[in-house]
Design a binder for this molecule. Structure first.
Ligand SMILES: Nc1ncnc2c1ncn2[C@@H]1O[C@H](COP(=O)(O)OP(=O)(O)OP(=O)(O)O)[C@@H](O)[C@H]1O
Ligand SMILES: [Mg+2]
Length: 256
């Protein structure tokens, strides 16, 4: 891809910033353990658009991870519809759902989940290899992303030689390797002190604000809510409120 077409693609992403990306209608997820049923999500309807930073707040057990797993095609709902662009992802075969996840979704987790035997660079390259065939492209993409997250000088460190915040930045670079439309972040600052957490939140703001990515960040930490362009509150598997935030706080203004 030439720089020109890449730039045009990027503009396309930003221009279509208001377009509907993911749409959940009356989604429920019931887990069955023996004869006990747990209704983890109960009739959730939510729509996500390009460029949004949606903070989903809820106490432990309210269904946050269940929601992210459904949004990212890691799990299927018991009832309801999930559309990604024009595609009904619930109807996809397992193979097609896997390809959808690989091509469109970036995941970021609380405990970073880096591969300990690979360096920062190799962790990102490993993800880039799923989309780029040419080894030069893979290397370039990995370095570009490590630079974006401010870690080009740590590229050859193993995860054990990186701080928690640095590991999470590598994990974000890894999630971005495939240039996904959406980043799904499960308590991404849950294991970090607030100063380090601020850096991670600032990075997520940059990716949504400047690159038009959509970010869904789930957390039980109410201090983070002010950062979002939108705040969804979940309780007992239901949407309690869903509010736009016209003046989100800067990450540096958030403390916990
Ligand atoms: N695989 C599973 N099997 C059975 N029950 C499950 C499973 N996963 C989640 N649950 C139940 O579903 C409910 C919602 O769980 P979920 O993990 O989505 O909550 P959460 O909001 O992410 O909580 P936390 O903040 O503790 O991570 C909980 O009652 C949980 O026990
Ligand atoms: Mg969870």
């Amino acid at each position: 891809m030439t720089d020109k077409t890449r730039a045009a693609q990027k503009r396309g992403t930003v221009e279509s910033a208001a377009s509907l990306l993911l749409d959940l209608r009356s989604v429920s997820r019931v887990y069955e353990i023996g004869r006990v049923q747990v209704r983890a999500l109960d009739g959730v309807s939510l729509a996500f658009r390009g460029g949004e930073l949606v903070v989903v707040l809820g106490p432990s057990g309210s269904g946050k991870t269940t929601l992210l797993n459904l949004l990212g095609g890691l799990d299927r709902p018991t009832a309801g519809a999930i559309r990604y662009g024009g595609t009904d992802i619930v109807a996809l075969s397992d193979g097609d759902l896997g390809r959808f996840r690989r091509d469109h979704i970036g995941f970021v987790f609380q405990f970073f989940n880096l591969i300990p035997t690979l360096t920062a660079r190799e962790n990102v390259e490993f993800a880039a290899e799923l989309v780029f065939r040419d080894s030069r492209q893979v290397e370039d993409r990995a370095l570009e992303l490590l630079t974006l997250v401010g870690l080009e000088e740590r590229a050859d460190n193993f995860p054990s030689g990186l701080s928690g915040g640095e590991q999470q930045r590598v994990a974000i670079a890894r999630a971005m390797a495939k240039d996904p439309d959406i980043l799904l972040c499960d308590e991404p600052t849950g294991n970090l002190d607030f100063r380090t957490g601020q850096q991670i939140l600032a990075l997520l703001q940059k990716l949504t604000g400047e690159q038009g990515k959509t970010c869904v960040l789930v957390t039980h930490n109410t201090a983070i809510a002010g950062l979002g362009t939108r705040v969804v509150r979940l309780r007992d598997g239901r949407v309690q409120s869903d509010e736009a935030n016209a003046s989100p706080l800067a990450a540096s203004e958030i403390e916990w």
